[in-house]
Design a protein around this ligand. Structure first.
Ligand SMILES: [Zn+2]
Length: 262
């Protein structure tokens, strides 16, 4: 990842330095301009049909989708946390397949409990169970490289302080813009919208973000079309990725991958 926090002045200075180094270095700079705007669409809840469609749309643009799933949602006795989860979900057969195709699969809780409201020992136990489950079922999963995505984006300072000893970073609510990815970044915040369709809200958030000099927009998406809380239209996702991949300074990237290279 190239110097994500590069200012325009630094960028121009580097361009000047590249020109001094000769045509090859200068051409290199032109072909690989520094990324200034990082965007993560962070898809929660693991609905089967939506996850497959999301992966297909990202693949159309050679991108990796960021899909966060509940450890036990595919169990027959799973208790739905609310009516928005009354949608068929994928299992770890599907998650391993999507991961092999290049997508990022990360934990979104053991049973989608609100870990801010749970007693602290109960919250810790549920997170450890979730990480154990992923370690057993998802090929190559290592908690120390994982991003834990809090159910409901609900966390407390106490559980956050404990969690950073167990995972690489976590995602919670509710501010959409983060500093560009950098070493030691453990607390990621996102925005979200619902329960209705998010097409307009997401597009506005992206427009506002692109008007800033730099940063990392993390937007918590869920299902596509008619699935789950705050769904996004598949056609709008397709159009957004077409638009964003055409901008040289924008990188659409999953959270784990954004931090992995640092
Ligand atoms: Zn969720």
């Amino acid at each position: 990842m190239n110097t994500p926090s590069l200012t325009r002045r630094d960028f121009l200075k580097n361009l000047g330095a590249a020109a001094l180094l000769g045509p090859v270095a200068a051409a290199c700079k032109t072909e690989h301009p520094a990324k200034t705007h990082f965007i993560t669409l962070s898809f929660d809840d693991g609905f089967r049909k939506s996850s497959i469609k999301t992966a297909e749309i990202f693949e159309k643009y050679n991108l990796s989708a960021c899909i966060n799933v509940i450890a036990t949602a595919h169990h027959p006795d799973f208790v739905l946390p609310d009516e928005y989860h009354d949608v068929p979900v994928g299992d770890f057969g599907l998650w391993n397949e999507l991961q092999e195709r290049g997508h990022e699969i990360m934990p979104h809780g053991y049973m989608h409990a609100n870990l801010k409201e749970a007693p602290i020992e109960r919250a810790k136990d549920l997170i450890l169970r979730c990480l154990d489950y992923f370690s057993r079922e998802l090929k190559g999963f290592e908690p120390q490289k994982a991003i834990f995505n809090f159910p409901y984006n609900a966390s407390s300072p106490e559980i956050e302080a404990w969690l950073v000893e167990h995972v690489k970073a976590f995602r919670t609510g509710y501010a959409p813009i983060n500093p560009a990815p950098h070493a030691g970044q453990t607390r990621l915040t996102c925005t979200s919208h619902g329960p209705g369709n998010i097409d307009r809200h997401l597009t506005n958030e992206i427009d506002n973000f692109l008007a800033l000099p730099s940063g990392w927009l993390i937007y918590n998406t869920h299902g596509l079309d008619d699935e789950g809380w705050g769904p996004l239209s598949a056609t709008v996702l397709d159009q957004l990725l077409a638009r964003l991949t055409a901008i040289d300074t924008v990188e659409v990237i999953p959270t784990g991958r954004a931090l992995a290279a640092l």
